[in-house]
Write a protein that binds this ligand. Sequence first.
Ligand code: SME
Length: 146
Amino acid sequence: MNKEEKYIQLLSCVQSLIEGESNLIANLANIAAAIKQSLGYFWVGFYIAESDQLVLGPFQGPVACTRINYGRGVCGAAWKQGSTIIVPDVELFPGHIACSSLSRSEIVVPFSKNGSIAGVLDIDHTEIGTFDKIDASYLEQITKMI
Ligand code: SME
């Protein structure tokens, strides 16, 4: 299966995982696991907005930093600008927060609740240039289901 085919399958998997369940943490946990299982990326997880910080939520992968200030790192920047950020090479992103030295590229997709940004989906991988418009498009569809 190519990446797009994996995402198409993932969308219906996520849909059936979260329909009928209203608990946010449970749904974010299963979404992170489903993405990791399907695409095999290095780190997949959520940060949840709490006043002026993002706080670590459900994730799959190695331990990560727990709090990110508004506007800081890739996650804080995506929160501030309110849209997806693709980073082909994390070493070239000023202010990138390195939770793992193995992470080389990253995509961050904000998600909203009641009209304001409630958090971000953050995915890291160990190879440069992993993420593209296909990832952005499908991950945005997934975050809209939250
Ligand atoms: N690299 C992120 C921090 C979170 S970890 O990747 C899990 C950033 O720069 O915001």
